[in-house]
Structures are given as structure tokens and as C-alpha cells.
Design a protein around this ligand. Structure first.
Ligand code: 13P
Length: 400
């Protein structure tokens, strides 16, 4: 078993790390006792290790990627309002039901990242969304962070990701409800004039991700580790590459410090691209070469897969870049696939426009983008072969 083979030699270290989790996190305490013993916590990692590895690998099975539809109520509301719908629970349900009932979606999509409301929500016919997804061969996941907050002590405009308080309990409840993975998005801003990112911001980004990842694994959820490098700014692609490498190296250092089992995790980074306002636009080949270079220098081989976010890049460019990334030679063994929100849903949402008569066409559009990205994850996508939008999906100071 994985635990016995690989984790036991580190037991002393684990004991210390786990002890600090117990003492530092009230949420770890079960209702019947005041404390969890170190042995019990070790046992919980042992209990889930094989399952975590199996889930992580299933999520990045060849030709499959993730549908990120975990937008917070405010963000999904803004999207619904853009097509004239009110941001009320019934409308959010209807939109997500349209996505999940798309026939054949499970052929390209291995998992769906849900917002808490959706994880515990039923479809209009009364079936829990988690069951609907599972019937379609899609693993349900949950966004567990509580959003970005200003990083006091960092630079003005830098942020940190909140949500560690009560996280273990939240993860346990989500597991019980059927979730098998989780996501935590933190964001790093590049601005060379202001000296961003500061060392402090990078340290905090890696610290939060490592604490989150360890807690998820204790509760049986595969942590998707998401250190987004925002595309806001005028920076060249070479600067992104330099900073992204620094960030990912720091993230893995801290994941190791925290005793996270890398085989049962996934990474959700941005592609290595230039800033949105940079005059020199990198070509798909440059994006591919620098993305792969960044990863080869920073991601351990034990981590099974990268599931990219789209980050404001258009639907078509996201697929073209992913395809280019999967078309060049690389030494790294990880699968490189997608976990897009905007770049999977935007043309589908527009096609739907909140009208029942457009539902079928909207689902066809979602399936087309899912197929395109499935092909791109295997280096087989022919640009323009599926309907897409080339419109930029960039939103200044985007919150999720
Ligand atoms: P985008 O693909 O729209 O960047 O969203 C992905 C995501 O999950 C961000 O956390």
C-alpha cells in the first residue's frame, strides 16, 4: 500500500506536522471528543491514500478535463445578468442543470468543480446534482476557499486566499455529500513597477495552498492546487515565466513541508502567457515552450496532472494554446489538460440566453468546446474545427 511504502519513513515529520494541525485547527475536533490523537489522523491519511491517487488519476485520464462551474453566487450572477436573468437560486439551478444534463459530456469531462450551493442542490426534477453528475460519469468536486482578501503587509493590490477556518469539517461534509476533490484558488499579481509579486505574497500563496492541500487529503478529497498568475498587466511572457517558476517552486516546497502526498494532488496553473496589455503577444509556440519549461523546472514528477485555468484568454486561444502545449516534446510525465470556466461556458451561455428554446443548441455548444479541449489535451485539435468565440474573456481584477 502507498502509505506503508512511501509515507512511513517520514513518520516523525508527519507526527509533528499533524500535531500542529491538531493544535492549530479547532475544526479538526470531532463533536464527541476534545482532541484527535495523532494516530487517528495518521490513520485517516492511510485510509484515503489509495483512493486519492485513483481519483487524481481518473480526473486526468487521457482526453479528459474538468468543467469549472464553481463561480461564487456573485460571479455566476453577473454572468446570468449579462443574458438578462436575475441572480436567484432557481436561475442558477437552471443554468447548471443545462450544463450537467448535456448528453455525452462525460466523454470529455471527468470532473465538475461546484460551488457549495450546487453540491447540495437538487435538479428541477428533485435529483441531487451529485447523482446526476455521477450518472454522466463525472466526478463532483467542491470549491472550498472563501475568496481573496487584501494582503495587509504585502503590496497595495496583492491578495491572500481565505478559508482555512473550519476547512476540515467543510471537506468532511463535502466528502459525505459525494465530492471527491476540492479546489482552492489563490492569485498572484505581476507588476514590475510596484515590485509585485512581493516575496511575502508568494510565501503566503504557497503557505495557504499547502495547509489546504494537507487538510483536504485528511478528509479524502484530492486537492487541486491553484496558484493563478493573473494576466492583468503589461509584462512580457519571459517575465511571467520567471515569476511563475518562482511561485510553483515555492508551492511545492511548502506542499512537501506540510507532508502532502503529491501523487494524490493536481495542479491548476495559468498557462505561461504575456500580460493582457503587453505589446508583444506571444505565439502559441512560445506559450507552449515557456509553459513546458516552467513546469519542467518546478513540478515534481510524482504529481499526476496539470489542469489549466483559462484566466481570461478567449475560448479559441485557450484550445490553441493547450493544443500547442501538448504538441511539443517534453521530459515531464504529467498529463496537461483543461479545467476551464470562462473558456468552456461563455459561448454556451450566450447561445442559451436564458431561453428554453435555445437549450439544445447551448448544450451542443458546450459539448463542442469540451470536445475541442479534449482533442487539445492530446495535441489533436485543429484550430477552428469546432464553433467557438474568439472574444477576449478578460475581466479586470477578476474575482471568482
Ligand atoms: P477560468 O477558466 O475562467 O479562469 O476559471 C477557472 C477557475 O476555476 C478559476 O478558479
Amino acid at each position: 500500500m502507498y502509505f506503508a511504502r512511501n509515507l512511513k519513513p517520514k513518520m516523525k515529520f508527519y507526527t509533528a506536522a499533524l500535531f500542529s494541525l491538531v493544535t492549530g485547527t479547532a475544526a479538526f475536533m470531532p463533536s464527541t471528543k476534545n482532541t484527535l490523537s495523532v494516530t487517528e489522523l495518521n490513520m485517516s491519511l492511510e485510509k484515503y491514500s489509495d483512493e486519492l491517487i485513483a481519483t487524481a488519476n481518473a480526473m486526468v485520464a487521457p482526453g479528459k478535463g474538468l468543467l469549472a462551474c464553481d463561480e461564487s453566487t456573485g460571479t455566476v450572477g453577473a454572468r446570468l445578468e449579462s443574458i438578462g436573468l436575475e441572480n436567484i437560486e432557481d436561475n442558477r439551478r437552471e443554468w447548471r442543470e443545462l450544463l450537467f444534463t448535456t448528453e455525452g459530456l462525460g466523454q470529455y469531462i471527468s470532473g465538475a468543480i461546484l460551488f457549495e450551493e450546487t453540491l447540495f442542490q437538487d435538479s428541477s426534477s428533485g435529483k441531487p446534482f451529485v447523482d446526476l453528475l455521477k450518472e454522466n460519469g463525472i466526478i463532483p468536486g467542491i470549491k472550498v476557499d472563501s475568496g481573496l482578501k487584501p494582503l495587509l503587509g504585502g503590496g497595495d493590490g496583492e491578495t491572500w486566499c481565505s478559508g482555512l477556518d473550519g476547512l476540515y469539517e467543510k471537506c468532511c461534509k463535502s466528502y459525505e455529500q459525494g465530492a471527491r476533490f476540492a479546489k482552492w484558488r489563490t492569485a498572484v499579481r505581476i507588476d514590475s513597477k510596484k515590485g509585485f509579486p512581493t516575496d511575502y505574497a508568494i510565501d503566503e500563496c504557497a503557505h495557504g495552498l499547502s495547509r489546504y492541500a494537507r487538510i483536504c487529503q485528511e478528509a479524502g478529497l484530492v486537492p487541486i492546487v491553484e496558484p493563478e498568475i493573473l494576466i492583468d498587466g503589461v509584462h512580457e511572457i519571459a517575465e511571467t515565466a520567471k515569476i511563475q517558476e518562482r511561485v510553483i517552486v515555492e508551492v511545492y516546497k511548502k506542499l512537501q513541508d506540510c507532508g502532502v502526498m503529491l501523487e494524490g494532488t493536481l495542479l491548476k496553473p495559468s498557462m505561461t502567457v504575456n500580460g493582457v496589455d503587453c505589446e508583444n503577444k506571444a505565439s502559441p509556440t512560445e506559450v507552449a515552450e515557456l509553459t513546458v519549461q516552467t513546469f519542467e523546472r518546478s513540478i515534481p514528477a510524482a504529481m499526476p496532472g496539470v489542469t489549466f485555468l483559462s484566466g481570461g484568454i478567449s475560448e479559441e486561444d485557450s484550445s490553441i494554446f493547450l493544443n500547442a502545449i501538448n504538441s511539443i516534446e517534453r521530459k515531464g510525465p504529467w498529463r496537461l489538460t483543461f479545467s476551464f470556466s470562462r473558456a468552456l461556458q461563455s459561448s454556451c451561455l450566450k447561445t442559451w440566453s436564458g431561453k428554453a428554446e435555445n437549450k439544445e443548441a447551448a448544450q451542443k455548444q458546450l459539448l463542442a468546446r469540451a470536445q475541442a479541449n479534449s482533442e487539445a489535451s492530446q495535441g489533436k485539435y485543429v484550430a477552428g474545427s469546432q464553433p467557438s468565440s474568439e472574444e477576449s474573456l478578460y475581466v479586470k481584477n477578476y474575482v471568482y
